[in-house]
Design a protein. Structure first.
Length: 846
């Protein structure tokens, strides 16, 4: 290298500074020399780029290939690789990587690789990669055989190529079973027997494929019918045999007859059954069994039909019989062709009364004795016949025996008793009564063959024992006499029955109370008439009272104007009404207790002839409802009456009151029957007369008034006879009954009038003592079914013969004419009777 220096000419502008210029050129020359030297040094030191490895391994289709190229030399890395010629069987990157699955076709792949360093130096290398083939292989090499009707299952697998998944397909040939794209052969073998050849192809996921030829041998599986032979049959006997099949494509199987004839019925299910009715012999036939896909098999059979066993008649001997006794024996048969059998007597005789039915029943009632020989033939439906000889011995009938019997009967009743139970020697043709003693005990009769009822009607007035002697007649003659001992008992004495006594006492006392109630109401009216102020009153009121069985109890009366003001003497007529309610209880001796509710209502009209004499007419209604004892016995009665009454004052303070009346009544009763626990119903009527006479003295001092008095009362009642119903033999008949009553009363009444702003207030009191002089009554009682039977007498108990009544009360008479009264009255009878009364009276005058 040569370096020249050229100086420039002088500037027109002035002289050149040669020193500066010389320095600048030396600096440029030095720099250039340094660069030239460095370049020469670098060129002398650089190495070539070398690519490694020198060679690459070969690959295989479908397998993974992975290699990395390296470079060295030049200016150093990093290096960049590039393909300058040829192709690679796998992907190649600038980093020098050959990698991926080999999907290229088999063969030799030549290519050149260029490596470049960081300053541009390059190097190349030629490579060769051989890609070997990798075929798709199908396994197994061979397939197992199959059998018709049996399931088949075999899976094919593949390997090689680019790997799974693989898809299988049939290239050629036919399959004996189903084949899936997954390579599975499966399902029942329904193809015909034989050898099936086919080619299968397996394809990998990139399209590489392989094929394999297969052969499947399908063996026959014939339909076989069992059993190999059939058992024989017998005429007339039931036969049952089932055929079965196996093989083929499996059940269900259908059976049919191909040829021949059957001696019994045959079903499509392969069952031979039914009674054998064909003629004896050997029957040949062919049976075919077909499976569900049509495969079938056949078998030839023979069935031998033989005659049945001989007919045998049973029993071997007959039991003996007896004249007059029912005889029954069933003959039976076995063998032949079987039932039904027909029986027939062929020779000999049967005893009179005995016959043989076609079903083998030998029966009847023999009427003659002896030994009877006969033969019986029996036939089956095929006219097979058998015979057996019999002897039937019939003994003579023994003499009848009659039992001794007993019977109990109530007097006046009838009862029946069969005579044949317990007797021997039946059947009985007659019965006879020999005697009945004592004759007055009743009447015995016979009826009702063949049991022969002895009916005995007892006398209603007899009690004791009756002996009836009788005989029975049967096939063996007449029995020895036997007896029926009949005990005749009387029914309970009704007069001792507390329910009967309580009912009769209640009705007798009720009729006394009917009369007493009306008497009390009218006497109260006459007491009011003694005050002139009451002549224009028409008052109404009601009193509630409790009353004993004696009927003499306090009452609340309808106000009759006794406290009314005004001048009544000018009024000729007066109209009034009054009444009371009695609640009573009594406990008579030997009789059920009585609780009663009695109502007595009276209304009347009277006329004042002068200031000393008043007379009138009253009509009344009374009722009584009595509960007797605790068993439900009841008596309900009603009465209607009419009464004349008069009050006379012979002196200023003396008075006489009198009345006389007539009434009619009726009762309905329900009696508890102690013997049987039921009830008897009854109804009776009657009438009565009654009256009373009262004398007293009215004494008044200022507002105080005292009235002592005495009274005589009487009544006579008649109750009609009646008969109960509903209790059978315990219903009773009651005779006509009279109830008479006579009683006397002493009493003191008083009151005190106290004027007040509202009117007049009067407290009152009253005390009475009553004695009953008579009142008992007798009645005859019979049982209703024995009008001529025993008579039982009964005496009723009257109301209490002695009783005391104490009464307290108060009246308020208002100026307007309205009166209000309150009462309490208590009555005590000395024979266990009592009552308590609380009364209220409200009245007004107009």
């Amino acid at each position: 290298m040569q370096i020249s220096s050229v100086w420039p000419a002088a500037s027109s502008r002035g002289p050149i500074d040669r020193a500066k210029l010389t320095a600048k050129w030396f600096w440029l020359a030095a720099t250039f020399c340094v660069l030239i030297a460095a370049s020469l040094n670098a060129s002398a030191a650089a190495e070539p780029i070398v690519i490694s490895p020198a060679t690459l391994p070969d690959g295989r289709v479908g397998e993974h290939y992975d290699r990395t190229l390296m470079a060295s030399g030049g200016a150093g890395g990093p290096y960049t690789f590039a393909l300058t010629s040829g192709v690679t069987p796998v992907s190649f990157s600038s980093g020098g990587f050959l990698s991926g699955a080999v999907i290229a076709a088999p063969g030799t792949y030549n290519f050149r690789v260029l490596a470049t360093d960081q300053v541009g130096n390059t190097g190349t290398r030629d490579y060769t990669i051989v890609i070997a083939d990798n075929p798709v292989l199908i396994s197994p090499a061979a397939l197992p055989g199959g059998q018709i009707g049996q399931p088949y299952n075999q899976a094919l697998t593949a390997s090689g190529g680019a790997g799974g998944p693989y898809t299988f397909s049939i290239v050629s040939g036919s399959m004996p079973v189903a084949f899936s794209s997954a390579g599975v052969l499966s399902g029942p073998v329904i193809a015909a027997p034989g050898t099936y050849s086919f080619r299968v192809r397996a394809t990998d996921h990139v399209g590489n494929s392989g094929e394999h030829d297969y052969t499947i041998v399908i063996a026959d599986n014939p339909v076989v019918i069992s059993p190999a032979a059939l058992p024989g049959a017998q005429i007339g006997q039931p036969y049952s045999q089932a055929l079965t099949a196996s093989g083929g494509a499996g059940g269900p199987f259908t059976f049919s007859i191909v040829s021949g004839s059957m001696p019994v019925a045959f079903s499509g299910a392969g069952v031979l059954s039914g009674p054998v009715i064909a003629a004896p012999g050997v029957y040949s036939f062919r049976i075919r069994a077909t499976d569900h896909v049509g495969n079938n098999g056949e078998r030839d059979y023979t069935l031998a039909i033989t005659t049945g066993p001989p007919i045998v008649i049973s029993p071997a001997a007959l039991p003996n019989g007896q004249v007059g006794q029912p005889y029954s024996q069933m003959l039976t048969a076995t063998g032949g062709v079987g039932a039904p059998y027909t029986f027939q007597r062929m020779i000999g005789n049967l005893p009179e009364g005995v016959s043989l039915a076609t079903d083998g029943t030998l029966g009847g009632t023999p009427t003659e004795s002896g030994s009877f020989a006969f033969a019986v033939d029996v036939f089956d439906t095929s006219e097979n016949r058998a015979r057996r000889e019999y002897t039937l011995d019939i003994a003579a009938a023994p003499r009848p025996t009659a039992p001794s019997l007993t019977m109990t009967i109530v007097a006046g009743m009838s009862a029946s008793l069969p005579l044949t139970p317990g007797a021997t020697g039946e059947p009985f043709s007659a019965a006879a009564i020999m005697s009945s003693a004592p004759a007055e005990g009743g009447t015995a009769t016979l009826s009702g063959a063949p049991n022969y009822l002895l009916t005995f009607a007892s006398s209603p007035v007899f009690s004791g024992t009756v002996i009836v002697t009788y005989t029975l007649t049967g096939p063996g003659g007449v029995s020895d006499p036997a007896t029926v001992t009949i005990t005749v008992t009387t029914r309970p004495d009704p007069s001792d029955d507390p329910e009967v006594a309580g009912l009769l006492n209640a009705q007798a006392q009720a009729v006394q109370q009917f009369a007493a109630g009306q008497t009390d109401n009218i006497n109260h009216r006459m007491g009011a008439l003694r005050s002139e102020a009451c002549r224009k009153a028409f008052a109404n009121g009601l009193e509630l009272s409790g009353q004993g069985a004696d009927g003499n109890a306090a009452s609340v009366d309808f106000p009759d104007g006794s406290d009314c003001g005004g001048d009544a003497a000018k009024l000729g007529f007066g109209l009034w009404a009054g009444g009371h309610i009695d609640l009573g209880h009594s406990s008579p001796d030997d009789s059920a207790e009585r609780d009663s509710v009695s109502i007595n209502m009276t209304t009347g009209i009277d006329y004042r002839f002068n200031d000393r004499f008043v007379a009138g007419l009253a009509v009344g209604y009374s009722s009584d409802d009595s509960d007797i004892g605790g068993n439900g016995t009841e008596s309900s009665g009603e009465a209607y009456s009419a009464t004349l009454y008069a009050s006379y004052r012979p002196a200023e303070n003396l008075f006489l009151d009198a009345l006389a009346g007539y009434g009619s009544f009726s009762f309905d009763s329900k009696r508890f029957v102690t013997s049987v626990g039921g009830f008897a119903d009854g109804q009776r009527d009657g009438d009565q007369i009654f009256g009373s006479l009262t004398a007293g003295f009215d004494h008044r001092v200022g507002g105080l008034r005292l009235t002592p008095f005495a009274r005589l009362t009487a009544s006579s009642s008649s109750l009609d006879a009646f008969t109960e119903t509903g209790a059978g033999i315990y219903s009773l008949s009651f005779g006509k009954q009279s109830v008479d009553s006579l009683g006397g009363t002493l009493g003191l009444a008083g009151g005190y009038d106290m004027p007040m702003a509202l009117g007049v207030f009067t407290p009152r009191f009253r005390v009475e003592y009553t004695h009953e002089f008579s009142g008992s009554s007798g009645v005859d009682i019979r049982y209703a079914d024995s009008p001529d039977g025993l008579v039982y007498g009964f005496q009723t108990q009257p109301l209490a013969s002695d009783q005391v009544m104490i009464g307290l009360g108060a009246d308020l008479l208002l100026h307007q004419g309205l009166s209000i009264g309150l009462d309490y009255r208590g009555t005590i009878g000395f024979q266990d009777s009592y009552s308590h009364a609380f009364g209220l009276r409200v009245g007004g005058g107009f």
